[in-house]
Design a protein around this ligand. Sequence first.
Ligand code: KIV
Length: 249
Amino acid sequence: MLSVNELINKKRTSQKISMITAYDFAFAKMAEMAQVDQILVGDSLANVMLGYSSTREIGMEEMLVFTKAVAKGAPHTHIVSDMPYLSDSNAKLALENAKKLIEAGAKSVKLEGAKLEVIETLVANNIAVVGHLGLLPQTASNFKQVGKAPQEELQILKEAELLTKLGVFEIVLEHIPSGLGQKITQEVDAITIGIGAGPFTDGQVLVLHDVLGMHNGKYPPFASPFKDFFSEGVQGIKEYIQSVNSTSN
Ligand code: KIV
């Protein structure tokens, strides 16, 4: 398992870092066998696993169940767990909840936005923290790219610098212009992991269901599937049904 220091060393020696989401035992096992650097138990599980329309709909209870399952499936991989909506609304609550996620098997926790007091408190209590800037699905009103306007660009850059200063070791940058992803990567010591942030970040993360083509819905412009698990699955189940129907009594 890669420690925080080993991950930082990858940035320092210009080695790319791979991260993928996983939410359960079976797929965590698959991700570990594929030797991904980090698994994110993302709150995107609200959408892709539970069928909710927003990540705001899941809470700590679900995050703990899924984190435990992933930790069982990938005991040798660095697991990052998302702090769900409102679980980090103040420093005391965030610390309690982050400790629960670590106990469930996460090695670090990720939280959206520049919540400075929360981050300070977690870091002071030896919790490894991953930031998340750019598009913030828990509070965004739409899923358009952010950081195009010069003022917005400057704000995201400043927040990345601030988070790094507070001790965040890694920052997920979601749906921002490639140039901004590159600028942040060059200017901060924290590792940058992009999702729709161009090719110049220290690493990349994608949602497992997008990578494997596990759904027949809309794919984000930055996530073309590498496989077609959805069609394969439908076909496999059809073959099973045929075999059941063709068995004589
Ligand atoms: O929840 C998630 O899957 C995420 C990624 C989009 C980075 O936060």
